[in-house]
Ligand binder design. Structure first.
Ligand code: OFO
Length: 175
């Protein structure tokens, strides 16, 4: 059974994962309107992943005798300054999520809730991957600068990455 402290903290995380999904969805939609199909496919996929992160938490809370609450969400931005600014935002956002996950882990230790602590380890590793990927993308975009040709190839790269993610999810080891 979850303590009320842990339950409240997990519900806060449910809200953050849901708003991450919404945020990336807004980025994906904007990118699609700019003709950046690879970038938008990647971001649509990322939005789906965040929804999965949210659902995983919600189900865990319910399984442990709490109540996973479906949160209200704020409207995310409609337009973005540039592709680079989008991915800088992604990185900033993922760093914030990591901080929150670490805070959650700390709460479970204080509450001696080792089951939830164990469950959260999946999120700890996921954040390492997500931050590293966002950082790698921001670095690439810095190299590309204002080069339109570079952006074209970057868009194609992300299309390939998005397709590989979808194939991996359909495969036997899908997350
Ligand atoms: Fe849920 O990992 Fe990103 O935000």
């Amino acid at each position: 059974m979850l303590s009320s402290k842990v339950s409240t903290a997990l519900n806060k995380q449910i809200q953050l994962e849901a708003s991450s999904s919404q945020y990336y969805l807004a980025m994906a939609s904007w990118a699609e309107t700019q003709g950046l199909n690879g970038i938008s496919a990647f971001l649509f996929g990322h939005a789906d992943e965040e929804r999965m992160h949210m659902l995983k938490l919600l189900k865990f809370v319910n399984e442990r005798g709490g109540h996973g609450v479906v949160p209200a969400l704020k409207q995310p931005p409609v337009t973005f300054k540039s592709v680079k600014s989008v991915f800088e935002e992604v990185l900033k956002h993922e760093m914030k999520v990591t901080e929150e996950i670490n805070g959650l882990v700390e709460i479970t230790l204080k509450e001696k809730d080792y089951t939830t602590h164990n469950f959260l380890q999946w999120y700890v590793s996921e954040q390492i991957e997500e931050e590293a990927l966002a950082r790698q993308i921001v670095d690439k975009l810095k190299l590309i600068g204002d080069d339109k040709g570079g952006l074209y190839f970057f868009d194609r790269d992300l299309e390939t990455m998005a397709a590989a993610e979808v194939a991996a999810e359909k495969g036997p080891k899908g997350k």
